[in-house]
Write a protein that binds this ligand. Structure first.
Ligand SMILES: [Zn+2]
Length: 107
């Protein structure tokens, strides 16, 4: 395995979510917490412009949850309804594409 590829894979294992993201020109805080609601992996607090992600999940699940909550932030900001049917079906494929981009960029 090429050295650079190994470095990227190691980096993926220690992925840290950003502290904040600009979504549709609005700054949202991103927090990773031990508790993110009953039976949920994250939530989006529209009033506080806050996205909470459950601590301790795999990088894939963390990013997938972030994308899920970003969709809710987009729904609010653009005043549109994407809906859980679409959000739930697209979060994993989008996450997969992001991981592929990150890996192939350095190989
Ligand atoms: Zn949701």
């Amino acid at each position: 395995m090429p050295v650079l590829y190994t470095i990227v894979v190691d980096k993926l294992k220690t992925m840290k979510l950003p502290k904040q993201l600009i979504i549709c020109d609005i700054i949202w805080r991103i927090e990773v917490r031990k508790y993110a609601g009953k039976n949920t992996m994250g939530y989006c607090d529209i009033n506080k412009r806050l996205i909470v992600i459950l601590k301790g999940m795999s990088d894939f699940d963390s990013l997938s949850t972030l994308i899920h909550e970003v969709n809710h932030a987009i729904e609010f900001t653009l005043n549109i309804k994407i809906g859980h049917n679409i959000i739930n079906k697209t979060e994993a494929p989008i996450t997969s594409v992001i991981f592929q981009l990150f890996k192939t960029e350095h190989t």
